[in-house]
Design a protein around this ligand. Structure first.
Ligand SMILES: NC(=O)c1ccc[n+]([C@@H]2O[C@H](COP(=O)([O-])OP(=O)(O)OC[C@H]3O[C@@H](n4cnc5c(N)ncnc54)[C@H](OP(=O)(O)O)[C@@H]3O)[C@@H](O)[C@H]2O)c1
Length: 305
């Protein structure tokens, strides 16, 4: 391909900002999506330190970027840096997708990606969170679990565990069990859920009954010799119907191996990465994301096949 087909003065940009960001698979996934849709857009990755986040977002806005993704450690800090917050970001207190918007001739705010001419436009940033919907989509579509009334066990109460627990509560699970190494964090999360979703029974610890889905939202599994993220002396995996590990590198963690051996339906974190990215692309472009091409690009980028 001629280099001018890759980047020219008419190319428009999106980017992920993180620290670190070198291992992000988002550029491969999003560029495959842009290419499949025939969009003259490119997706970049920038290592931005926390102290530089506000100026990086302001710079992207000034340069009329179409949108941004934010990853560790920027999702919470970005909330206070947006001109507007979508309900998804407000509910979670975290932004993973920014859409830049401009006013059209009739004064209506529209995604910047839908404007051919960007000169002289008044631009604003709108913060969204597409991680939460991605959690639901994995559990419903990939694991086939109906969330309303379900029994769920969430391991971890960091950023990803909080997102999963709040989303499961919003989906109307019947019983939500939370386990975290630092118990006080799980307790604070449980208190927040009790206050916001009166119908959800939230408890700390392991359920004695059958569980529809167990989610690993701890960082355990990223390391080759990491132990299981739950206590097998207290909880028997045979009690779980399905298992979702948010870790995707390696493709199969000890947690997933134990789940498979117990006969559970299992999935790793690649689906969550894919679905949050597909939703971001849809927010920026207004088009349906080419999910198969994006999944394929992710698999090649992450697993080399
Ligand atoms: N697939 C995806 O798209 C996706 C998206 C987001 C995150 N993730 C994955 O989800 C995991 C968590 O990410 P995060 O953003 O929530 O990180 P985080 O905010 O740093 O939280 C880390 C969580 O792991 C727990 N933890 C860490 N080391 C532990 C250990 N040795 N023993 C027991 N628990 C331990 C922490 O417990 P304490 O509270 O006690 O420290 C906390 O609950 C990571 O593996 C990340 O890659 C995947």
């Amino acid at each position: 391909m001629d280099i001018s087909e890759l980047i020219s003065a008419n190319t428009r940009y999106c980017a992920v900002l993180g620290h670190p960001v070198r291992h992000s698979a988002s550029p491969a996934m999003q560029n495959a999506g842009f290419c499949a849709l025939g969009l003259p857009w490119r997706y970049l990755a920038f290592d931005v330190e926390p102290g530089g986040l506000a100026s990086a977002i302001a710079g992207a806005k000034a340069m009329k970027f179409i949108g941004l993704n934010l990853t560790v450690p920027h999702k919470v800090a970005a909330v206070g840096m947006m001109d507007e917050l979508d309900e998804t970001a407000r509910r979670l207190g975290a932004v993973n997708t920014v859409r830049f918007e401009a006013r059209d001739e009739s004064g209506v705010w529209r995604p910047l990606g839908q404007f051919d001419e960007v000169r002289g436009l008044e631009v604003r940033s709108v913060g969204f969170n597409t991680d939460a919907d991605a959690v639901s989509r994995v559990i419903k579509s990939d694991l086939g679990v109906e969330l309303r009334g379900a029994v769920a066990l969430v391991l971890g109460a960091g950023g990803a565990g909080r997102t999963a627990a709040l989303q499961l509560a919003a989906e109307g699970v019947g019983e939500l069990w939370l386990v975290n190494r630092t118990v006080a964090k799980a307790e604070a999360l449980a208190a927040e859920i009790r206050q916001r979703w009166l119908g959800v029974k939230v408890q700390i610890g392991y359920p004695a009954c059958a569980v529809d889905v167990i989610i690993n939202a701890t960082s355990l599994g990223l390391g080759r010799d990491d132990p299981l993220p739950f206590d097998p002396k207290v909880f028997d995996m045979k009690r779980a119907k399905s298992v979702f590990d948010m870790v995707y590198r390696p493709a199969e963690t000890l947690f997933l191996r134990v789940g498979r051996a117990a006969g559970c339906r299992c999935t790793n974190g690649l689906g969550m990465l894919l679905y949050q990215g597909a939703s971001a692309l849809e927010l920026w472009s207004g088009l349906r994301a080419p999910i198969d091409q994006m999944r394929r690009a992710l698999e090649i980028e992450v697993y080399g096949k």
